[in-house]
Design a protein around this ligand. Structure first.
Ligand code: FAD
Length: 376
């Protein structure tokens, strides 16, 4: 008999949730991660007493009570509510598009006035297309204009989207924006989910609790000696890159990535909000995250005289860079299908998580998928 029931490759949320549930069932787990820390992309570094989301801002949100109760049974969550603000050439607008935004944009006060303004601008966009003999939006710009009108498109969508994709909206396909939800209420809560928050004490606390009872080794790349690691356990849970697992035999899957410029500032409160989007083209970054606002509220932010901010830049991914978002185009989707077919034949391996499934998942669905494996 081997020493462990499971070798878990990757100590991110998938691997950690798996280790937690398996350990509870009396299984012995060995968790390895190639990074020097556990937590995967949820990992936070403590800087000046502030939990800094090193791999991008993470807000847990879900409408699934089972998942919410589960994570709260491990660590309590705070009341953080995501309500980003947009800065367009120095003017501030609330997001997502709601009555506050429409008031800031046009001075309209009632839902009826806002609706009329949006309709007027949508009509203008459709008439402009008709004049050109076009019936269906040919690109993202036309799609956005017909869904929401010129003002919102130009101030809040165009520059941000072009920075994100590194291309003009006229050269991006229309399908990227299928709908643009508009809220005719004064509500800045970004998510529609029933529950949201950040673990009190940060994500590391959640992950550390999940990994209690498992043996954990960091700084170890599975592929440096896969036979050695495989020999240690009856089964493998693999949460790394699926193409790497199969030696890139059909080619390499591509990703989009983000890079961060982090700065510690000698002030208590830089921007008054966790997330500010910069929606004009001239500012090179897409967002500025001020991390303390995820866990400190109201005047509490002044208890710490320092603050940490991260500027986010959309960056083209190259091999060796941090793989963040899968690219859902034809080439990558069909490549991923080929790899998934190979994975289905591996009897003793569970492939799970965003890299091994080559799918974007928020955190709650990741937890839910692992819970489903353990029949909750
Ligand atoms: P990961 O966290 O990537 O874990 C995989 C782990 O495997 C990593 O630690 C990696 O080092 C390790 N590994 C890989 N290969 C090997 C190997 N060969 N050997 C050993 N170890 C290996 N979700 C939300 O719900 N809310 C948000 O606000 C949110 N914001 C996000 C922002 C960004 C920028 C990104 C990219 C994602 C965001 N997400 C958010 C999604 C969230 O990050 C994922 O749901 C979650 O990280 C998935 O966990 P995972 O375990 O699948 O992957």
């Amino acid at each position: 008999m081997k020493k462990y029931d499971y070798l878990i490759v990757g100590a991110g949320l998938y691997g950690s949730t798996f280790a937690y549930l398996a350990t509870k069932q009396g299984k012995r787990c060995l968790v390895i991660d190639k990074r020097e820390h556990v937590g995967g992309n949820l990992y936070c570094e403590n800087v000046e007493g502030i939990n800094v989301h090193k791999y991008g801002a993470h807000i847990f949100h879900t409408s699934n009570k089972k998942v919410w109760d589960f994570v709260n049974s491990i660590v309590e969550f705070n009341r953080y509510t995501n309500s980003p603000v947009a800065n367009y050439k120095g003017r501030m607008y609330n997001l997502p598009f709601n009555m506050n935004t429409f008031y800031q944009m046009w001075g309209v006060r009632t839902p009826e006035e806002a609706q009329a303004k949006i309709e007027e601008q949508r009509r203008e966009a459709m008439e402009a297309m008709r004049r050109e003999g076009v019936s269906e939006p040919r690109n993202l710009e036309e799609q956005a204009l017909t869904l929401i009108g010129r003002d919102i498109y130009e101030r809040l969508i165009k520059g941000y989207t072009e920075k994100q994709w590194g291309r003009s909206c006229k050269d991006l396909p229309a399908f990227i924006i299928r709908r643009l939800p508009v809220r005719l209420v004064y509500d800045n809560n970004y998510f529609n989910d029933k529950y949201q928050g950040i673990p009190i004490g940060g994500y590391n606390k959640l992950i550390d609790r999940m990994l209690e009872g498992a043996d954990v080794r960091t700084g170890i790349d599975f592929f440096d000696d896969r036979e050695l690691w495989e020999a240690k356990a009856e089964k493998v849970v693999f949460t790394g890159k699926i193409d790497e697992y199969f030696g890139y035999r059909y080619g390499m899957l591509e990703y989009r990535t983000v890079s961060f410029e982090q700065e510690t500032l000698d002030m208590a409160n830089y921007q008054g909000n966790a997330v500010v989007n910069y929606t004009d083209r001239e500012v090179p970054y897409t967002r500025v995250i001020e991390h303390k606002h995820f866990e400190m509220f109201g005047q509490e932010v002044y208890d710490n005289p320092k603050t940490v901010v991260s500027r986010e830049f959309s960056t083209e991914w190259k091999p060796g860079m941090e793989p963040y978002y899968p690219v859902n185009d034809e080439r990558n989707n069909s490549l991923a299908e080929q790899y998934r077919a190979l994975a289905a034949q591996e009897k003793n391996v569970i492939f799970g998580g965003r890299l091994a499934e080559y799918k974007y998942y928020d955190m709650a669905p990741i937890v839910e998928r692992v819970m489903d494996l353990w029949v909750f």
